[in-house]
Ligand binder design. Structure first.
Ligand code: GUN
Ligand code: FE
Length: 422
């Protein structure tokens, strides 16, 4: 099946510079980008062309770190830091996902907002509840967008209502791995990911078992790392024999190479950075959450210089907005504040932040997040006519202006893997 979208096409091949194809044809074959042309080649003369005129066509947004059951909490609770915030706000809300009706109502609302925000792939933490996690997977499967969903594992240091036992955690995780293993093998849009909440929430025994499950079922892993100084100190107390936080995950086999995401990575030491590089871990940079919870600023320029993989995460509800352009803008702002505060590491450019939001994070889902030939075609059509502009703005400037001052209402069409979602 061949389709073609016509308009002003912008995407990232490298972080440094946006690729811009004015008034061009994006040819999609079986969901993949076949090529971009100034004039439609003869062989495609009969294919269906959707002409978007002067609109912008850009890749779908990639959110590599978000918590679905925290959706109702976005925008509250930011007068405390991570550990009291988890206890006071997060655990009580997540414990409500034991109730399947409650879970269905709010997971539908969550996925609806995700889709309408232009996010075409996301790495999602569910709660620790098995039934509710299956519901979320089903709702995602119906949505038309893709990504990974994981049941959270947490068998220590939680509230009595939310904490699970080691046995339940293992059994339910294995049940999900069995039930959804075909989704991962067949490259379905929605797949399963192992999700130990973070080291303080999971006993050594459970981490060890999850490491075995990751290997046996070839599952990816997502968790949190070096987000907050009190958290880092707590991990040291819990595991005095392991030299660093990152090495706890590594020790228990929870950093499978090329298929691990670690959110935040703010307070990593040099040794941990080498470990992340060794396992080719994707860093989920969540600047809005890091502002709200006063966690710190991740040294993203350093990670880029070191050639590490980085994507952006909204981290709802540490972050208060799931509209990814807000995180893109915040990534630029955070890098500027880092630069001013530390007098090192150049700030990120708009182009670099846009790259992280699209091709950078997209890497975790395969060839996703760009319009180079062979990439899965996740695309957004942006109508920016209601955004006041001076004459003769370049297409790059129009894109930057949309990202900074536009909203989800400017997204008039959404495609995921070549299929229309909205
Ligand atoms: N660390 C452990 N759990 C969480 C969570 O839900 N959100 C954030 N931001 N950090 C965490
Ligand atoms: Fe998080």
């Amino acid at each position: 099946m061949i389709k073609c979208l016509k308009g002003n096409i912008l995407f990232s091949e490298t972080p440094e510079k946006l690729t811009v194809k004015a008034n061009s044809y994006l040819v999609i074959e079986d969901g993949l980008v076949e090529g971009i042309y100034d004039n439609l080649p003869e062989k495609y003369k009969n294919c269906e062309v959707t002409d978007y005129g002067d609109k912008l066509i850009i890749p779908g947004f990639m959110d590599v770190h978000i918590h679905a059951p925290q959706w109702l909490n976005k925008g509250v609770g930011y007068s405390v830091e991570l550990l009291p915030w988890l206890e006071k706000y997060t655990f009580p809300l997540e414990s409500k996902f034991k109730d399947e009706d409650f879970a269905k109502k709010y997971y539908e609302a969550f996925v609806d907002e995700l889709v309408h925000s232009g996010t075409t792939r996301a790495c999602i933490f569910a709660s620790r509840h098995y039934e509710a996690t299956k519901l979320l997977i089903n709702i995602m499967q119906k949505s038309g967008i893709g990504g990974y969903v994981g049941k959270v594992n947490m068998d220590r240091n939680s509230s009595p209502e939310l904490q699970e036992t080691y046995e339940d955690s293992v059994n339910e995780t294995i049940m999900l791995a069995e039930e959804f293993s075909d989704c991962n093998k067949n490259n379905d849009l929605v797949k399963l990911i192992l999700t130990p909440r973070f080291v303080p929430s999971t006993t050594s025994e459970l981490m060890e078992k999850l490491g075995e499950i990751a290997e046996k079922y070839n599952l990816p892993v997502q968790s949190h790392l070096d987000e907050n100084l009190d958290e880092v100190a707590w991990v040291k107390e819990l595991h005095p024999d392991i030299p660093s936080f990152a090495e706890v995950y590594e020790h228990f086999g929870l950093m499978p190479k090329d298929r691990t995401i670690m959110a935040h990575c703010i307070h990593n030491n040099d040794r941990e950075i080498e470990i992340l590089k060794k396992h080719n871990v994707l860093i989920a940079h969540c600047p809005i959450s890091n502002f709200n919870l006063a966690s710190g600023i991740a040294p993203i320029r350093r990670y880029m210089n070191e050639g590490m993989d980085i994507g952006l995460g909204s981290d709802i509800s540490g972050g208060h907005t799931m509209y990814m352009p807000d995180s893109c803008v915040a990534a630029v702002s955070a890098s500027k504040m880092y630069h001013v505060a530390h007098n090192e590491y150049a700030p990120l450019s708009f182009s670099e932040a846009f790259y992280l939001m699209t091709k950078g994070g997209g890497k975790f889902f395969g060839k996703v997040g760009s319009f180079e030939a062979g990439y899965e075609c996740d695309a957004l059509v942006i109508d920016d006519t209601n955004i006041p502009k001076i004459d003769n703005m370049t297409l790059e400037e129009r894109l930057e202006k949309y990202i900074y001052t536009g909203s989800r209402d400017n997204i008039v069409k959404i495609y995921c893997r070549g299929n229309e979602v909205k």
